[in-house]
Ligand binder design. Structure first.
Ligand code: AMP
Length: 192
């Protein structure tokens, strides 16, 4: 089973992806995590991505499409994967459709995790303020968060109609407790 988790930054996609890894043995493919690992390792990609990530903008399609394509080719992805944070715009979604077709794979479902962004923003702002200079993520500050939300609306939200046209979108209310969101996702997948 190959899935996409779609939702605004902070919607809990990563948390739900981790649950699916534990429950279903799927592999979590988070482009954000992969890019942060590249930054930490000081690779060429990491050097190219770091400043862009800290600004809240998207790194180039070419970089993320390449990373995902290579990763999907690894044997552990044969059991199925969850894309978390990819695709982020229509060009990436089209590249994904093309690459999956070439690899003889398909996308089964897109799970939209819906959130109230006002509440979300306050929550993340509090977290960033509490963390201060020791913020866990360099992009966890108010200014960058605002930018990331803008980028989500402008570039990522149009993926909903893109995948709705393919009949693949199911939505869950991400403002509920983590367990409840997880249970709803489980129900959707069990019905598949
Ligand atoms: P995330 O952890 O998914 O919120 O990603 C953190 C940052 O990494 C984003 O704000 C972007 O700068 C970059 N990034 C992650 N995934 C992508 C993607 N699919 N396309 C472009 N940039 C990405």
């Amino acid at each position: 089973m190959n899935l996409i988790l779609l939702g605004a930054p902070g919607a809990g996609k990563g948390t739900q992806a981790e649950r699916l890894v534990a429950e279903r043995g799927l592999v979590q493919l988070s482009t954000g995590d992969m890019l942060r690992a590249a930054v930490a390792a000081g690779t060429e990609i990491g050097r190219r991505a770091e400043a862009i990530m800290n600004s809240g903008e998207l790194v180039s399609d070419e970089i993320v499409v390449g990373i995902i394509s290579d990763r999907i080719d690894q044997p552990d992805c044969e059991k199925g994967f969850i894309l978390d944070g990819f695709p982020r715009n229509t060009a990436q979604a089209e590249a994904l459709d093309k690459m999956l077709a070439e690899k003889g794979k398909q996308l089964d479902l897109v799970i939209e995790v819906r959130v109230d962004e006002k509440i979300l923003f306050d929550r993340i702002r509090t977290r960033a303020a509490e963390a201060g200079d020791g913020a866990v993520r360099a992009d966890d500050n108010e200014e960058t968060l605002r930018k990331r939300l803008d980028v989500y609306h402008e570039q990522t939200a149009p993926l909903l109609p893109y995948y709705q046209a393919q009949g693949k979108v199911r939505s869950v209310d991400g403002m509920q407790p983590i367990e409840t969101v997880g249970a709803e996702i489980k129900e959707i997948l069990d019905r598949l």
